[in-house]
Design a protein around this ligand. Structure first.
Ligand code: ZN
Length: 276
């Protein structure tokens, strides 16, 4: 729980039990419900400070934020931000349609008055700038609630070209780097860290060929998914259509998800660059 002193300066966060005690004893009052913050009523509270660090793990749809005690490694606070990227794109598309239809009407032509259609340097797409602003807002908010000494950002860069065209570096690429870190991270993101067949979470996942390699399946990312060990074994080198014969819904879902474009990966790249 976050604690502020009488001057609203951040103090070391305390255990929820401690916060409850302070509240019932009338030594503190609730300042904010989320993130839960209490404010002390009497000044002169002894403050021992721990080295706290904010860790940010940006993702395409959500971003993880955690406050970690650098000395003990304990997680003091953790949250997940859900981004509005998709909603912004839809809204802008709707606006664009309305404007376009207005321009299509045959009314008099009006000269443009200013040549102001230029993008500023460092421009990024609105859906992405929303993600960046979102993260910055929360980092600033947390820094007002607790004494932060350091910040670290996990930079994930997906090599889009390598994922789109695995044959780009030929034999070498197919000989093992495919199972490398970036492809793995990408697949985890794309398949929501679950087994594609049974949907189980929090189990070790293996990279799985939808159209089996032994039957000419490629190493393209669109042919890859993640499966838990038992599903991977159960499927063996059968075709997915055969394996999921009795579950046509799941089959449809997997096949459409596999074809999903890589724009989510692109989103993570742009945000990482903008944050720098
Ligand atoms: Zn499974």
């Amino acid at each position: 729980m976050f604690v502020l002193d009488t001057q609203r300066r951040p103090l070391d966060p305390v255990h929820p039990g401690h916060a409850r005690r302070l509240l019932t004893q009338g030594k503190a009052a609730v300042l904010r419900r989320f993130p839960f913050t209490i404010i002390l009523k009497d000044p002169g509270h002894p403050a021992k400070e721990r080295p706290l660090r904010i860790k940010v793990d940006p993702g395409a749809r959500t971003t993880g934020i955690a406050i970690v005690d650098d000395a003990s490694g304990a997680v003091v606070f953790a949250a997940e931000l859900t981004h509005r990227g998709e909603a912004i794109t839809t809204a802008l598309d709707a606006r664009r349609t309305v404007r376009r239809s207005r321009r299509k009407r045959h009314t008099r032509y009006r000269q443009p008055r200013y040549a102001n259609r230029r993008r500023k340097k460092g421009w990024i797409a609105p859906s992405l700038s929303s993600r960046v602003a979102n993260i910055l807002t929360w980092v600033k908010r947390l820094m007002r609630r607790c004494p932060i000494a350091a910040l670290s950002l996990e930079l994930v860069k997906f090599d889009l070209q390598q994922m789109e065209q695995p044959e780009i570096s030929g034999v070498h690429y197919q000989q093992g780097t495919l199972a490398g870190y970036e492809v793995r991270e990408y697949l985890l993101e794309k398949w929501a860290r679950r087994c594609a067949y049974c949907g189980q979470e929090g189990v070790p996942l293996q990279i799985e060929h939808i159209h089996p390699q032994s039957r000419g399946g490629t190493n393209r990312i669109s042919n890859l998914t993640l499966a838990c060990q038992s599903c991977n074994r159960a499927k063996g080198n059968r075709e997915i259509q055969e394996f999921l014969q009795r579950r046509p819904e799941r089959l449809k879902l997997i096949l459409s998800q596999a074809r999903t474009p890589l724009k989510d990966a692109a989103a993570v790249n742009s945000t990482a660059v903008a944050a720098l």
